[in-house]
Design a binder for this molecule. Structure first.
Ligand code: AOF
Ligand code: ZN
Length: 361
């Protein structure tokens, strides 16, 4: 890793502190480096509050410094328009910063490329694309939301090695170990909404809130009906932020976007996740796989079966990581073959929906 990448990774680390808090803005981090030392750091905490650049530059030590030889590392192209806050490009020029290193362009149509052009035209050395993969991953939910008006959906499943999410009695506590469950808390903190099917609420009565919340207040969305009135999501201190919805999953997601939700974490069950996959609404899969075997009586991850090998949903693995005794496999829909095979399957009437297990949403 060269120095630019090292400082950019620090900026990405700072940006992550804001994940789950910034909606409808992206998480952004910034680091100011002078003579090979980090002299200030900042990150975007909340929409309406300082952008990362302003947060960083306001933390400068109170000494007369000439910033012509300083480099500002920002995870996102600095904004150039007046929004809830003034343009960061103005601030960078006002401070006389000589070099700006950026991870990714801002795909917000109001911003794309403009901030970088303004800085270049003013004589600032601009270096884009440093740690681009990590920077892009950081703001993937924002990019999906700002360019399509639909939130980014991460589907989390915890299953046995043979793909079962609960035993024949519906009991899922606990398939994966404590490290994996801790990681799920982290994923909840990064999300703006946690979505589950009604059957999962009936079976688990989980609060679905991140613990500890570290200030995060995600929406909770239950899809389906017949939710007992005394369940946690309807009665606890955050009950005012629980939505119960039925009908088109796409419309539900659009409604959430209208509430500034950029990132939805779906935690099952089998029928809801099958619906999301069928409609091509899942952006990322996070499979936590436990080294356990349940056998045919276990509840399948996806509530529908019967697809043919020629018609399977093609995914592409993104990463493999050991988390405690379990494995986290991250995957996306293979962009090369992004077609909706489940829908094709349904149209041909090939699915077997008779499984009693598919009743659990
Ligand atoms: C940055 N740094 O830290 C963030 C940026 O309404 P505003 O003023 O907060 O502007 C929101 C837009 O600014 C947002 O949609 C995105 O394009 C950009 N976010 N830009 O330079 C930041 N959060
Ligand atoms: Zn800005």
């Amino acid at each position: 890793m060269n120095l630019d990448e090292t400082y950019m990774m620090r900026a990405i680390g700072l940006a992550k502190m804001g994940e789950g808090m910034t909606r409808p803005n992206p998480p952004v981090g910034a680091v100011l480096v002078l003579e090979d030392h980090i002299v200030a750091e900042g990150w975007h905490r909340k929409a309406g509050e300082d952008h990362a650049e302003r947060d960083c530059l306001k933390n400068l030590p109170p000494m007369p410094v000439h910033l012509g030889s300083a480099t500002l590392y920002v995870t996102l192209e600095p904004c150039s328009t007046q929004g809830r806050t003034p343009p960061c490009t103005d601030l960078i020029l006002e401070k006389g910063i000589g070099r700006v290193v950026v991870s990714v362009e801002d795909l917000n149509p109001k911003q794309t490329g403009r901030g970088l052009d303004i800085l270049r035209e003013a004589g600032v050395e601009v270096v884009p694309g440093v740690c681009e993969k990590e920077g892009r991953e950081l703001i993937a939910p924002f990019e999906k939301f700002i360019t399509t008006g639909v939130p980014y959906v991460t589907l989390k499943l915890a299953s046995t090695l043979d793909g079962k999410i609960a035993d024949r009695n519906g009991d899922s506590k606990w398939i994966t170990g404590s490290a994996a469950r801790e990681r799920v808390q982290e994923m909840r903190r990064r999300a703006d909404a946690i979505m589950v099917g009604a059957g999962t609420v009936r079976a688990d009565d989980s609060s679905l809130l991140p613990r500890p919340s570290k200030g995060r207040k995600p929406w909770r969305v239950v899809v389906g009906k017949n939710i007992p009135a005394d369940t946690k999501v309807l009665t606890d201190e955050a009950a005012g932020r629980t939505l119960v919805r039925e009908g088109s999953l796409k419309e539900i997601l659009k409604e959430l976007a209208g509430r500034d939700v950029m990132h939805v974490l779906c935690e099952g069950g089998g029928q809801l996740v099958a619906g999301l996959v069928e409609e091509g609404l899942v952006d990322e899969f996070a499979f936590f796989i436990a080294p356990k075997l349940m056998g045919a009586d276990g509840l399948p991850s996806f509530g529908k079966t019967g697809g043919l090998i020629s018609e399977v949903q093609n995914l592409m693995f993104q990463s493999v990581e050991q988390v405690g005794e379990d494995v986290l496999l991250r995957a996306i829909v293979n962009p090369g073959i992004r077609q909706n095979n489940f829908v094709a399957d349904a149209k041909r009437g090939l699915r077997n929906e008779s499984s009693e297990h598919s009743e659990r949403q």
